[in-house]
Design a binder for this molecule. Structure first.
Ligand code: MRU
Length: 346
């Protein structure tokens, strides 16, 4: 089954509602920038590249929505759309990357009519979506070469088709390895508190018939100590110029364990996730989400009433713990400021 995380259908954006997967598979429709921003904030769509694609469509939808207005009203409305989208989630840099790309396109056709601008922005959103799948395929090929036949690979969160326009980054590496004829098996961390591993990664791998075993996050060390993990591959929300990697909360713990057990720790990372404006991971904004996500799941609360709760949604893995960044331009082993600068120069 081909997972179309986002699709353009009947002049609107449709996105799979990832909050209810795998219990139900449903698309929700979006017509404006503010509704797309709410879809990003509430995690209907999540995962750095998918958030970027959604934001690009948010801009295009806003332009279509405003295209009958005067040039001035169109401009003001568009600026509001950009602001609302930029405020939806702070950590994944792909959101800001996509907004900047859409803004450049807008600026390049600013003298045209709102209708023409809207069509140009929509074409760009389509291109960002198609490009994302091509990039994931390229990363998949490079990443698959790092995995030996029979490898047992641990992943954290969901960096799959659901986190992108399709194929996935970390899970794209697994798909490509299988396509290349390698027998691999996946160990999926449950990924508390939002359960992207249990709900989304497990679902994707089961759909693909790729052998997958679900563990709770606190079992990773045991599995590694038992010699049951050959490699770790995760995705990322933002990589700083020095190679520090922000990803789903718990990733840092996995990286430390991997180093302790001499297991390679790879990060699948499209260039759009590298933020050259941020010198180190210390400057990456870390989203703090609602405490309700930690208190329980959906309507059921198991935490003691009155307890203080924290819910940072991401953590930073220092570059020194990263064995390699898998990008669409190849693998950067032991990334640091110099090799990343080189990579970005092409
Ligand atoms: O909070 P989420 O579900 O948006 O977090 C997603 C992750 O941390 C992914 O690992 C990351 O975005 C890479 S997705 C290819």
């Amino acid at each position: 089954m081909k997972v179309e995380t986002l699709r353009w259908f009947n002049n609107r954006l449709e996105m799979i509602d990832q909050r209810i997967l795998p219990a139900a598979f449903e698309y929700l429709s979006y017509y404006t920038a503010s509704s797309v921003a709410e879809g990003i904030r509430s995690m209907v769509v999540r995962g750095a590249p998918a958030i970027g694609v959604a934001a690009a469509y948010g801009v295009a939808l806003e332009a279509l929505h405003l295209q009958e207005k005067s040039a001035d009203e169109f401009k003001t409305g568009m600026e509001t759309g950009f602001t609302v989208l930029a405020a939806s989630r702070p950590t994944a840099v792909n959101l800001f990357w996509a907004l900047q790309r859409m803004r450049k396109v807008w600026e390049s056709v600013a003298m045209q009519t709102p209708q023409q601008i809207a069509q140009r922005l929509l074409a760009e959103a389509h291109e960002i979506l198609a490009e994302d799948i091509r990039i994931n395929r390229a990363m998949g090929t490079y990443g698959a070469a790092l995995l030996k036949d029979g490898a047992r690979v641990l992943t954290h969160c969901n960096a799959g088709a659901l986190a992108t326009a399709g194929w996935g980054t970390a899970l794209g590496v697994f798909r490509s390895a299988v396509e290349a004829g390698k027998k691999i098996s996946v160990i999926a961390d449950e990924t508390r508190p939002f359960l992207q591993g249990a709900r989304l990664t497990a679902w994707e791998m089961v759909q693909e018939n790729i052998p997958v075993t679900l563990i709770t996050d606190n079992m990773a060390g045991y599995m590694m100590a038992q010699g049951e993990v050959d490699a770790v591959v995760v995705g990322t929300d933002r990589v700083a110029a020095n190679g520090d990697v922000a990803n789903k909360i718990g990733t840092y713990m996995v990286a430390v364990l991997a180093r302790r057990h001499n297991i390679p720790f790879y990060v699948a990372c499209p260039l759009s996730t590298i933020d050259m404006n941020i010198a180190s991971g210390a400057d990456i904004p870390i989203e703090e989400r609602s405490v309700d996500e930690v208190k329980g799941f959906r309507d059921y609360h198991w935490a003691a009433e009155g307890v203080k709760i924290r819910n940072p949604a991401f953590d930073v893995t220092p570059a020194e713990l990263v064995s390699g960044l898998i990008t669409e331009r190849g693998v950067v082993l032991l990334p640091d400021a110099q090799s990343i600068r080189q990579l970005m120069l092409g």
